[in-house]
Unconditional design. Structure first.
Length: 458
């Protein structure tokens, strides 16, 4: 017997057997290879692709991806649905987020289809210091399940959030790692009624074992989406009131979604996202001051930021967020929004020379160095390519991403353990059916980024 087989859990061994005839691992060590996800169409913002584009259907969160998509003559908007062809082959995977607390304790989460004609199942993989290991997670929905965010507090303490859908509709999903297993944790009641009511948690962040926040959106009875914020106090999750945004009288879709959260302390947290109405989007920023969530004035429309998709903080009052621009129909730059000295500043993280670029996730290491990941496209004929940028004394610089093949790649999440240890996750599209077909995990060793996991067809 292969020694590696002895380390595998019964769940992982069974999963490998199911996938053995479908996918072949192609990476640095043993791991589960490739997968993807289905998602029904739910219009929530002014978005489509650039004309004649088939979009890659994955980003830091389901809501955030749609916020990154530019359209001719209109602002990027928000939605929670893939555009373009969808294939539901066994072994399809989406990796949606990554978080780590130490070099031997890193988690990535998403979803997987194990067998044909079965629903999407939640997926969690753990880096043990030597290999990525699949760990079983609850999947309560009989139609589909997906984890969109993860926060690692310590070796025996991690949170993952997302959604599940069954006969009662789409509902938030919260799961906890206690050091031995992932368990489904009760989510606060949102008072949702009927199949047209839906809700999802898109991101989670924790400052300690008794302080965690999860954010997302809810829409009750077919109403416009509104942000939701939920708090963990060490005992249970409670729904905390978030500012209800007035929805304009608009023919187009309207709604507000929180896509990312940075929990600094019990009295300081920041959540970001986007607000859509009148066929345009604008950035949404909310701040927790220990008593309530208050809407913060975002960068002005003139600064060109139409949505925010990731956020990190190094100290109270020092905040960075990844942004998607609003501008002409082409040559969108990737943006970083910084809060320093009480003022918002918008910086281009990429230069010109591409059709568009977008950042989906951000991380900061203990030394204060910041990473952001996403994708870029050079022309209408070129595939999306993974984009990695890093902060420096001279601003933001692009760091070379590993080549993954002719189909391109997209990165959606990043975590930084130290200056010599960071991880990024995303996908490589299927060349046969479009959309993300294979999981992609990349590692920073202090000198360069290298592919750690890359699945390919047999």
């Amino acid at each position: 017997m292969n020694p590696a087989d002895e380390e595998r859990s019964p769940f992982e061994s069974k999963l490998r057997q199911e996938l053995a005839s479908v996918w072949v691992p192609d990476s640095l060590g043993s791991r589960i290879a490739s997968r993807r996800r289905r998602r029904h169409v739910r219009p929530t913002g002014s978005l489509t692709s650039l004309a004649a584009f088939v979009l890659v259907v994955i980003v830091a969160t389901a809501a955030a991806y749609a916020a990154l998509q530019p359209r001719h003559g209109q602002a990027p908007g928000g939605a929670l649905a893939p555009l373009g062809p969808v294939c539901l082959a066994p072994g399809s995977v989406q990796l949606m987020a990554v978080s780590g607390a130490s070099p031997r304790d890193v988690w990535t989460v998403g979803g997987i289809i194990v067998r044909r004609n079965e629903p999407w199942q939640t997926l969690a993989e753990r880096w043990t210091g030597a290999r990525w290991q699949v760990v079983q997670t609850p999947s309560p929905g009989d139609e589909y399940n997906m984890l969109l965010g993860v926060a690692v507090v310590g070796p025996g303490d991690a949170w993952a959030v997302g959604f599940s859908q069954g006969r009662s509709g789409e509902r938030p999903l919260i799961e906890h790692w206690d050091g031995r297993r992932w368990v489904d944790v009760s989510s606060p009641s949102l008072g949702l009624t009927g199949l047209t009511a839906s809700a999802s948690l898109t991101a989670v962040s924790a400052s300690g074992p008794a302080d965690a926040w999860a954010v997302g959106w809810e829409a009750n009875g077919g109403a416009a989406q509104q942000p939701i914020t939920e708090h963990w106090n060490g005992t249970n999750w409670t729904l905390v009131a978030s500012p209800r945004l007035p929805m304009p009288d608009s023919r187009g879709p309207t709604g507000a979604v929180l896509t990312a959260i940075a929990d600094i302390s019990l009295t300081d947290a920041w959540a970001v996202g986007y607000y859509t109405g009148n066929n345009r989007s604008q950035a949404l920023i909310e701040h927790w001051d220990g008593q309530s969530w208050l809407q913060s004035s975002p960068p002005s429309v003139e600064d060109g930021v139409s949505s925010l998709t990731g956020v990190v903080a190094s100290a109270p009052g020092r905040l960075w967020a990844t942004g998607a621009p609003e501008g002409p129909s082409s040559h969108y730059p990737a943006l970083v929004v910084a809060l320093e000295g009480g003022h918002w500043q918008v910086t281009r993280a990429t230069g010109t020379g591409h059709l568009y670029a977008a950042l989906a996730g951000m991380a900061i290491d203990p030394g204060g160095e910041r990473w952001a990941v996403g994708y870029t496209r050079a022309s209408t004929q070129a595939p999306e390519r993974a984009l990695i940028v890093r902060s420096s004394s001279h601003g933001w610089t692009t760091v070379s991403a590993p080549e993954t093949g002719p189909g391109g790649s997209v990165l959606v999440g990043v975590t930084a353990i130290s200056q010599t240890d960071a991880w990024a996750v995303g996908s490589v599209p299927s060349l046969t059916c479009g959309g993300p077909g294979y999981p992609l995990i990349e590692h920073w060793n202090g000198h360069r980024w290298e592919v750690s996991v890359l699945g390919r067809r047999q």
